[in-house]
Write a new protein. Structure first.
Length: 158
């Protein structure tokens, strides 16, 4: 948001230590009041402008037809250097992703992954690289990494 922060908010969750890289993030969809002088919200879709990896904590993705964990492929990554602070960006609608379809990390089917009642946040690692993530009161649901990813005053780029 192109305005100074108004408050600090403490979260009740902690960052997961392990994620599975499940595929490529193709788009992040969100609802925001950016550019709206009356404060109303509009829906936006940031389509990736460079490679982006989608990381998910284990067993977060569910098969909507069976209400069971979705079988996912990809390496497990350990991330221990998340920052102490982050920026709230917008209410999350969901992400669109191309998921790995086998253990060789071949990109396969496209999915829209909805995260009801969640938020989109962004932060920077100590090396200056930007990440975007989806979270709610219950914790972190997804992290998006990309070498061109940035958050500018007008929104997400890269």
């Amino acid at each position: 948001m192109d305005r100074p922060h108004r408050k600090k908010e403490k979260v009740s969750w902690s960052w997961p230590k392990q994620f599975q890289a499940v595929g490529s993030c193709e788009a992040v969809m969100y609802s925001s009041d950016k550019w709206q002088k009356d404060g109303s919200k509009r829906d936006y879709k940031h389509i990736k402008e460079g490679p982006q990896d989608l990381l998910i904590p284990r067993n977060v993705l569910r098969d909507g037809h069976k209400d069971s964990p979705l079988k996912t492929y990809g390496p497990t990554l350990r991330i221990v250097d998340f920052p102490d602070t982050f920026a709230f960006l917008a209410d999350c609608i969901g992400v669109q992703a191309c998921l790995y379809c086998d253990e060789e990390e071949t990109l396969g089917d496209y999915y829209q992954i909805d995260f009801p009642r969640s938020k989109v946040g962004a932060g920077e690692f100590a090396d200056g690289s930007t990440f975007i993530f989806v979270y709610s009161k219950s914790g972190v649901h997804a992290v998006v990494l990309g070498s061109k990813l940035r958050v500018l005053k007008d929104g997400i780029v890269g």
